[in-house]
Ligand binder design. Structure first.
Ligand code: FES
Ligand SMILES: [Fe+2]
Length: 365
């Protein structure tokens, strides 16, 4: 059993008033029911006949059976335990054997937006749902880009995955034979960090780096402008661009305005499922003018190999942490990004607490 102190250290820490990726668009079929858990909350997702995605609590208000084991009836969803039927707004509209429907016969509905091939669900107060907070991500149907799409389940707290993405110095070690091959600068040169409204922007330039697995000729050298945003709750939006050698010097450390030789793209979303499990959605590829479908597929597969390298070290790290949850970490200069982002998360949770924005936030504040 956890001690109170250990419980405090392990308390859930997540922002409720944010858009969370619940699924890839293609995972929500026209006729099925998809069960998902986000921040310990069970959700069921489905599409109405008009194609609109519905997200509601996957827990019947009667005896708490999962609605995802229910049956679609037109745009309604019937619980297949005792037959209560719910509309897409979560209101019960039929109870077998009685004509009166109590006002409390309702399951919670969540605001949903389908954009950029992802299904985004707002997990906080519905009245605060703000679609302007959804970042631009690349849809599979976008003709300007070729991407592959995937997903990994982690046995680890989502913050450890966020930390990993907020400190790419690990590329030189975890990914020494994949994403970090031939570029020790990942560890030796710090990026420039800028705080955004709800996240952190990282920028750095690589001078005279060799070709990667997806771009460049053997023996040639290039400059690369590397920029990504990491946004609440755990969104990684990256567009690294390659330029002829000498571009970085000419631009004096600023983002080049000229046309790049090659641009790759990475969109990722880290989702807390429970305190000790997470889901990691990702796409990877390149501009269609640089990367054919075949090359984009290679970029994706190669990247996915690297993501399994992350999974090995992070899940092992979680196990070691859980052996002694009180053990302090040592903060170093490379931890600036993770520390900054964790501070932003704490601020948002504290703000939610002050507006009464959720029991979880109140416990964590
Ligand atoms: S649990 Fe759903 S109808 Fe009884
Ligand atoms: Fe990694």
């Amino acid at each position: 059993m956890k001690t109170p102190a250990a419980w405090r250290r392990n308390r859930p820490m997540w922002v409720r008033n944010a858009w969370y990726v619940a699924a890839w668009s293609h995972e929500v079929a026209d006729d099925g029911l998809l069960a998902r858990t986000i921040m310990n909350e069970p959700l069921v997702l489905y599409r109405t006949g008009g194609g609109t995605v519905v997200a509601m609590e996957d827990r019947c208000c009667h005896r708490l059976a999962p609605l995802s084991l229910g049956r679609r009836e037109g745009d309604d969803l019937r619980c297949m335990y005792h037959g209560l039927k719910f509309g897409p707004d979560g209101r019960c509209n039929e109870i077998p054997g009685q004509t009166t429907i109590p006002a409390r016969a309702v399951v919670r509905g969540y605001p949903v937006v389908e954009r950029g091939s992802w299904i985004w669900v707002w997990m906080g107060e519905a009245a605060r749902a703000d679609v302007s907070q959804i970042p631009e991500t690349i849809a599979a149907s976008d003709p300007d880009w070729n991407i592959g799409m995937g997903c990994l389940d982690y046995a680890a707290n989502y913050q450890l995955i966020n930390d990993n993405l907020l400190d790419l110095s690990h590329l030189a070690f975890v990914h020494e034979n994949t994403l970090g091959r031939g570029t020790p600068q990942w560890a030796t040169e710090q990026p420039i960090r800028a705080r955004l409204d709800r996240g952190v922007r990282f920028q750095r330039r690589f001078r005279g780096r060799g070709p990667s697995h997806y771009f460049g000729k053997p023996g040639e050298r290039y400059d690369m402008w590397h920029s990504y945003d990491f946004l609440v709750p755990g969104l990684f939006i990256q567009r690294p661009a390659w330029y002829p050698l000498g571009t970085a010097k000419r631009c004096d450390g600023k983002a080049p305005a000229e046309e790049p030789l090659f641009v790759r793209c990475d969109d990722q979303a880290v989702i807390p499922v429970t305190d000790r499990s997470s889901r990691y959605f990702y796409s990877a590829g390149g501009r269609s003018k640089d990367a054919s479908l075949e090359l984009a597929g290679e970029i994706f597969r190669f990247t996915e190999v690297a993501f399994h390298e992350d999974k090995v070290i992070i899940e092992a790290q979680q196990k070691v942490i859980d052996q002694d949850p009180g053990r302090q970490m040592l903060s170093l200069s490379m931890d600036g990004g993770p520390n900054l982002f964790r501070g932003i998360v704490r601020e948002l949770i504290a703000a939610e607490t002050s507006i009464g924005g959720g029991a979880e936030a109140a416990r964590a504040g």
